[in-house]
Write a protein that binds this ligand. Structure first.
Ligand SMILES: [Fe+2]
Length: 269
């Protein structure tokens, strides 16, 4: 099973590069299942609308994960209740709308579990991420309950994400980090067979400060009161993510390939 997971789709530039380039990547790399993190997709670079989600599904996404910005567009709390392919972090406080994980069908009717987790350090308050991970692995076992398990750990700090990676080693097909919008070079298959990357980067304009307009961001850091709150960079976008070739028999990773395609970053595809 060839699985592709893409990092945070950031504002109009991110959306455009997904619509333009994702179908071609799927075809060329023979991708069979696609997960994208969509929590920054809406115009201001925060949140996701129904229209954004529909565009990603049309471009080839099978599941959309999110994170701390999941509720930044008002409509999301409503439509997430009937759009089961859109996930919010599973460790949000009890009573949050929508689901944090789901089991979806891929080729040959294989079961693909996707769980969206959010870190606790420097993030919005949510339930203990390790406790939630523990509950999940007790409930969903690789090759028993699902043929493949994909984990998106949306978090700020590298140590927490790496620890989650090791926690799932041998128990999930892949664990990837999202949220920082910067792809890390530590993509690998861990000792027990789980693919891992601390952060898979963003899909958006890298001539920016993590996807936001660079001049405006500098104003903000220089404490210029004219700095706007949300001002995404609108230049040409780059797609960034990780492709995992997973063994149908074991559900573990047999090969991985980072995918970077577009302007401003050195391409890897
Ligand atoms: Fe985030």
């Amino acid at each position: 099973m060839n699985i592709l997971i893409l990092g945070d789709i950031m504002g109009p530039s991110g959306r455009q590069v997904i619509v333009e380039k994702l179908p071609e990547i799927i075809r060329k790399k023979k991708i069979e299942f696609v997960v994208v993190n969509g929590e920054n997709a809406a115009d201001p670079g925060v949140g996701i609308t129904k229209e954004n989600s529909d565009d990603f599904f049309k471009a080839g996404a099978d599941v959309i994960t999110t994170g701390n910005h999941v509720w930044d567009q008002k409509e999301t709390m409503e439509f997430i209740n009937f759009e089961k392919r859109l996930l919010r972090p599973s460790n949000l406080f009890k009573g949050a709308p929508g689901n944090g994980f789901g089991i979806f069908r891929g080729k040959k009717n294989m079961k693909i579990a996707v769980i969206n987790l959010m870190g606790n350090v420097f993030m919005k308050k949510c339930d203990d991420v390790f406790e939630s991970a523990k509950q999940f692995v007790e409930k969903v076992k690789l090759k028993k309950d699902a043929d493949f398990i994909i984990v998106d750990i949306h978090g700020e700090i590298t140590s927490e994400k790496m620890a989650i990676g090791h926690f799932f080693d041998g128990k999930a097909t892949m664990v990837v980090g999202t949220h920082t919008h910067v792809p890390t070079s530590d993509y690998r298959i861990m000792t027990e067979g789980t693919a891992y990357q601390t952060d898979i980067g963003m899909c958006g304009d890298y001539n920016s400060v993590i996807g936001m307009n660079k001049e405006n961001s500098l104003k903000f850091f220089l404490k210029d009161p004219s700095a706007k709150k949300h001002y995404p960079a609108l230049g040409e976008g780059t797609i960034s993510g990780l492709m995992v070739i997973a063994d149908d028999k074991t559900g573990l990773a047999s090969r991985i390939e980072p995918i970077i395609l577009g302007k401003h970053l050195e391409n890897r595809i």
